[in-house]
Design a protein around this ligand. Structure first.
Ligand code: F6R
Length: 611
């Protein structure tokens, strides 16, 4: 959460920073600010979106060749002009932006206040900045040294960019727990929370690691650890183009990303699944195949939508590989004292690869000897880098705050893994393996066909836009999809929604059913089909409104339900990759009907780098 951008070089810094901030707005959009250095420090900041700031400062002197910018997801202090970053130090010479949380800021603040420091904001960032300034003054050292000393004395997470009026070419940057990418150009450098702000200028990037500090000048990049030892920057080539982060004619990123799924799933399967030969090639799994074969237990760790992918993976791995699986919320797992046995495999699932809870959970498990396998979308992200092995989902940049294409990418990877491991272990017959490979291979085309009925989903969404609550029910492989449908509706339309296993209804939630309550059933043709028909009847008997996702050719449920969405026939193991699509479209269109900014729903941010 929070997006940071920096530039130092011969170009005008402001347009690069503003454009970069717009690309990083998915990380938070409570306030925006920029600091520019040109014969003195100029700071412009404001509550609200990047476009609000841009509009307000139009016409001002924004000329500078060095600057930093920030888009905020509030942690300490409400969204306001004064809490917006950049913050300036007491002397007015330093400006800093920060993504993360300084946990021991209160103690440091108390000490600084006793020394006469006054604070203009409620943020932990202003405290860290003045702490650095105080050390610089007291120790009579340079800014780099003062920053290093301060960072060794704080606890928490940070990515900071710092500029100094007296050194108008240099940005000091450091990270622990929050991402930082440095783009290397010709006589210029770009800094960002991800690579999107620098895409049109350079493809050469350095991913800064935790506890590293960078001294960035137009023609020089020095990387050091907090012990002041130099580290050779490892330059990698970006495999991403500009079109991938633009809307490409769609009204919203979320819609674009929903419609991209036939190709993102194909990209995920490509080079791995060969239906003709009946093979699945995944180097991360191959390298660890003995561990998977011997594993007594797999623990899946994730948050949010990725947690729903993990839950589905539990069903898959147990069914196809006969390996016991536990699914954990990363935020709970990291604070428990989990029992990790030798040979346990932790599969960490994350779109961003930066989710703080997931990252810390796997760091802890790794310390206890677990093997970490990452299923991650963002290449080079922190979770990808600390994993012992892994498989990228190759869904491309996901910018809409609600996860859509990353989820189906996760399911594709997890399905291939389960098939491959099941075959290796002999828990899956040759016949079943071949059937499922063919089914998986056909998914991109089926998703394509399914998306043709988007307009129908839109009409149904408009009908239910005024609902106050909704229930989502599913059984078996479709239960995680019911949970995902409910989460999507909550975040995109602000309608209260809950997901349950359909049979749990009668243990409490059925009390909620009235004529006004929409109940969404994921009721495709599978081994639970007869049972879920009974559950639908239970709702209809109480006059609830039933919306059902069903399989083409179903003649029974359309006679019971108020509205239906059809998906093409598919094996029950694979069908969730299809049944989730109408859920995504439903929440999108309800959100649109209600006038919600679906790409940036309130209070949310895409990459949750604070715990
Ligand atoms: C929901 C959503 C979030 C994320 C969660 C984990 O649409 O996007 O629930 O799934 O914050 O994020 P990652 O997958 O980046 O670890």
């Amino acid at each position: 959460m929070c997006g940071i951008v920096g530039y130092t070089g011969p170009k005008e810094a402001y347009p690069i920073i503003i454009k970069g901030l717009k690309r990083l707005e998915y990380r938070g959009y409570d306030s925006t600010g920029v600091a520019l250095l040109n014969h003195g420090l100029k700071v412009y900041k404001k509550k609200g979106r990047v476009a609000d700031l841009e509009h307000e400062i139009m016409g001002k002197d924004l000329h500078a060749n060095i600057g930093i910018g920030h888009t905020r997801w509030a942690t300490h202090g409400e969204p306001s002009d004064k809490n917006a970053h950049p913050h300036t130090s007491a002397s007015g010479k330093l400006a800093m932006i920060h993504n993360g949380i300084i946990e021991n800021y209160a103690l440091i603040k108390k000490d600084l206040v006793s020394k006469g420091y006054r604070f203009t904001s409620e943020t932990d960032t202003e405290v860290l900045l003045n702490f650095i300034e105080d050390i610089r003054t007291k120790n009579k050292c340079d800014l780099e040294e003062a920053t290093r000393i301060a960072l060794k004395r704080i606890t928490g997470a940070y990515c900071i960019l710092l500029i100094d009026e007296d050194d108008p070419e240099t940005i000091i940057a450091a990270r622990k727990g929050s991402p930082l990418v440095i783009g290397v150009g010709k006589g210029e450098h770009f800094l960002g929370s991800d690579a999107s702000p620098m895409l049109e200028y350079t493809k050469e990037v350095v991913y800064v690691n935790d506890y590293e500090l960078a001294i960035v000048k137009p023609d020089q990049l020095i990387l050091k650890n907090l012990g002041n030892e130099k580290i050779t920057p490892y330059v990698t080539k970006l495999d991403m183009d500009l079109a991938a982060i633009e809307k490409g004619g769609y009204e919203h990123f979320m819609l674009k990303e929903i419609f991209e799924q036939p190709s993102t799933i194909l990209d995920c399967l490509r080079g791995r699944l060969d239906a003709g030969k009946g093979t699945i090639t995944m180097s991360g799994v191959d390298d660890n195949i003995q561990h998977f074969r011997d594993a007594q237990r797999i623990i899946m760790v994730a948050c949010g939508t990725s947690w729903h992918a993990a839950l589905l993976a539990e069903y898959l791995f147990e069914e196809l590989c006969r390996i016991p699986v536990e699914v954990e919320y990363a935020s709970e797992f990291r604070y428990r004292n989990p029992i990790i046995n030798k040979g346990d495999i932790i599969i960490a699932i994350s779109q961003s690869g930066e989710t703080a809870d997931t990252l810390v959970a796997i760091e802890k498990a790794k310390e206890q000897g677990a093997i970490i396998f990452g299923v991650v979308n963002v290449v080079g992200s922190s979770i990808a880098r600390i994993s012992d092995g892994g498989a990228y989902t190759h869904a491309g940049p996901e910018i809409g705050v609600a996860s859509t294409k990353a989820f189906t990418g996760q399911l594709a990877v997890l399905m291939m893994m389960a098939l491959k491991i099941g075959k290796e272990k002999g828990t899956l017959s040759e016949k079943r393996y071949t059937e499922l490979i063919l089914e998986l291979d056909a998914i991109p085309e089926k998703v394509q066909a399914l998306l043709k009925s988007a307009e129908k989903v839109k009409a149904i969404a408009e009908k239910y836009q005024h609902a106050g609550d909704a229930l989502y029910l599913g059984r078996g492989f479709n239960f995680p999809i019911a949970l995902e449908g409910a989460l999507k509706l909550k975040e995109i339309s602000y309608i209260h929604a809950e997901g349950y296993p359909a049979a749990e209804m009668k243990h409490g939630p059925i009390a909620l059913v009235t004529e006004q309550l929409p109940v969404v059933f994921v009721a495709t043709k599978d081994s639970y089909y007869e049972k879920i028909i009974s559950n639908i009847q239970e709702i209809k008997a109480r006059k609830g409104k039933v919306i059902a996702v069903i399989t083409e050719g179903d003649e029974i449920i359309p006679t019971l339900a108020d509205d239906v969405f059809y998906i093409p026939p598919a094996d029950e193991v694979i069908a969730p990759m299809l049944s989730v699509i109408p859920m995504q479209l439903l929440s999108y269109y309800v959100g649109i009907a209600k006038g919600v900014d679906v790409d940036k729903p309130r209070n949310l941010a895409k990459s949750v780098t604070v715990e």
